[in-house]
Design a protein around this ligand. Structure first.
Ligand code: FE2
Length: 277
């Protein structure tokens, strides 16, 4: 068993089947598994799908019993996702991809905190201001950023950006999320286009990106990595769970995004090429 030290929690990973074990000190609220069969309609090439093969697991609402009240007070939840290693017809394993719902003022959608505990993540971030259009054919994607996040780093998924997590490393990708519970999650607009605006492949160890031509228009690809922002509770090397416990007020941006959008966007560092390592 491998201790998932970057989480700051007593969590352990079985290195053979990538199932996570939780210390009895922790409580958790549920588990979900997505085999390839449940990813149909989202993958680049679905010929001869290995239906039973696992793509990713989600462990929901992890907390120490003494922290449940604090999480409830802010209406936050802390979950862990494990994306399995490997590819399906060359495409790196990934999550379904979704957009978050609007805040009550309808000014911004909610963001989310993703912390990479083990492995290397590529987050596909695509901005759409009309993701909820009545006819999904009208959905327009205005910005597309492929953001690489290394082990021990954390990204704040910016408000208004649909997002999908891709495992571009050699082993499993383990990441946590801290999210605002009242935020709705919209899978439909991504499913309509058979995935996000691009697909990520790994061939002979090289990462390759292919645009999804089902979208009528795909903006120019941008590439990014992330930097920390202690004012928003994001300090690399300090587990998000601990950071939140020490300073819950720093994470106010999760429930009230309006005053934080520019600051969150400024945490992305742009590059000319995709960062793969
Ligand atoms: Fe999300």
């Amino acid at each position: 068993m491998l201790e998932l030290k970057n989480s700051g929690l007593p969590l352990y990973l079985d290195e053979e089947n990538h199932v996570m074990a939780l210390s009895a000190l922790l409580t958790y609220g549920g588990f979900g598994r997505k085999p390839a069969a449940k990813m149909q309609g989202l993958l680049a090439d679905e010929t001869n799908l290995p239906m039973e093969e696992n793509v990713y697991d989600v462990y929901r609402k992890i907390a120490f019993p003494e922290d449940e009240e604090l999480l409830k007070k802010n209406d936050f939840c802390y979950d862990i996702t494990i994306i399995m290693p490997g590819q399906i017809n060359g495409e790196c394993k990934k999550t379904s991809g979704h957009y978050h719902g609007w805040n009550p003022e309808h000014t911004n959608t909610y963001g989310e905190v993703y912390e990479v505990i083990k492995g290397t993540a590529l987050y596909i971030l695509q901005r759409s201001d009309n993701f909820d259009a009545e006819d999904p054919e009208d959905v327009k994607v205005d910005d597309l950023i492929l953001t690489t996040v290394h082990e021990g780093e954390t990204i704040i998924v910016p408000p208004n950006y649909g997002h999908c997590s891709v495992n571009i490393g050699e082993g499993p990708l383990v990441f946590s999320n801290l999210a605002y519970v009242p935020c709705t999650v919209n899978y439909g607009p991504v499913k309509h286009y058979h995935g996000m605006s691009c697909y990520v492949f790994k061939e002979n160890g090289e990462i390759r990106v292919k645009l999804n031509d089902r979208y009528h228009q795909v903006p120019k690809l941008k590439f990014a990595t992330v930097k920390e922002n202690p004012a928003l509770g994001i300090k690399f090397g300090l587990p998000v769970y601990k950071s939140y416990k020490e300073n819950p007020e720093a994470f106010r941006f999760l429930g009230y995004p309006d005053n934080y959008v520019d600051e969150i966007m400024s945490m992305l560092i742009y590059h000319d090429e995709l960062v793969t390592k």
